[in-house]
Design a binder for this molecule. Structure first.
Ligand SMILES: C[S@@+](CC[C@H](N)C(=O)[O-])C[C@H]1O[C@@H](n2cnc3c(N)ncnc32)[C@H](O)[C@@H]1O
Length: 225
């Protein structure tokens, strides 16, 4: 399954889904064609992408099942209007900001499917610290590793910072693509250690030790699993 198919596969059947930052409208199309929801609120901050979605969904004869809205983040939604909210293809910090700007709307949805392009770590941190629980995660490798996080309002719990970067759920699921990702993280960290060591500067010793400890913990974790 590719990135968009995986996002859609993680949505539980419901009445209304909001696709924030819809752009081409492919997610809305898949949701409706697969009978996952009856209506999609397709939104975008920019006119061009929203028009692309209108054109595409009209061509697919799905326009009547869509409500198109121009505006930023969740500000275009009323509290409780969408059962599920998808925010995909944006930076993790922007996704956190969108959630934070409209807490009531976000926490009211029974499922949020979030797919950050960057800063996945800080998005997980935001969720853990702001009253969300992560219900599920998937990772897709295209040219890049894409993490897809399914979340909803839950108990704020103190999560070990290590798991901001290394998804606990995906490790526990023994996900094969996650193992590939972990290999990449280990190699990247080794490369950083080597280049810091090469400088010969003592000021980096603490950082080198921290990265070594992290890699040790990652290796122990995958051995234990
Ligand atoms: C890279 S596209 C992602 C399209 C689609 N969601 C996907 O995952 O393939 C990002 C879209 O988000 C829109 N966008 C950026 N900031 C936004 C915001 N604050 N609120 C709503 N849409 C936003 C952009 O205009 C663009 O169409």
């Amino acid at each position: 399954m590719n990135r968009l198919e995986t996002i859609v596969s993680m949505v539980d059947k419901c009445n209304v889904v909001a696709d924030i930052g819809t752009d081409h409208g492919y997610v809305a199309e898949m949701l409706l064609k697969n009978g996952i929801c009856n209506k999609v609120i397709a939104t975008d901050l920019n006119k061009g992408p929203l028009q692309r979605a209108i054109d595409h969904l009209s061509k697919e004869n799905l326009k009547d099942k869509c409500d198109f809205r121009l505006g930023s983040g969740l500000k275009v939604l009323k509290e409780g209007e969408a059962d599920a909210i998808i925010i995909a293809g944006m930076g993790g910090d922007l996704i956190s900001q969108i959630l934070d700007d409209s807490k009531d709307v976000a926490l009211k949805a029974s499922q949020l499917i979030l797919q950050p392009m960057t800063a996945t770590e800080s998005l997980r941190k935001y969720l853990f610290e702001n009253g969300y629980e992560i219900i599920d995660e998937k990772v897709v490798k295209e040219n890049h590793f894409y993490f897809i996080i399914k979340t909803k309002k839950g108990k704020t719990k103190k999560e070990d910072e290590f798991y901001y970067e290394i998804s606990r759920i995906l490790v526990e699921k023994q996900d094969e693509t996650m193992y590939e990702y972990i290999e990449k993280v280990l190699n990247r960290n080794e490369k950083i250690i080597r280049s810091l060591e090469k400088t010969g500067k003592e000021e980096y010793n603490e950082k080198i030790e921290r990265i070594r400890e992290k890699n040790k913990r990652i290796r122990e974790l995958i051995k234990w699993i």
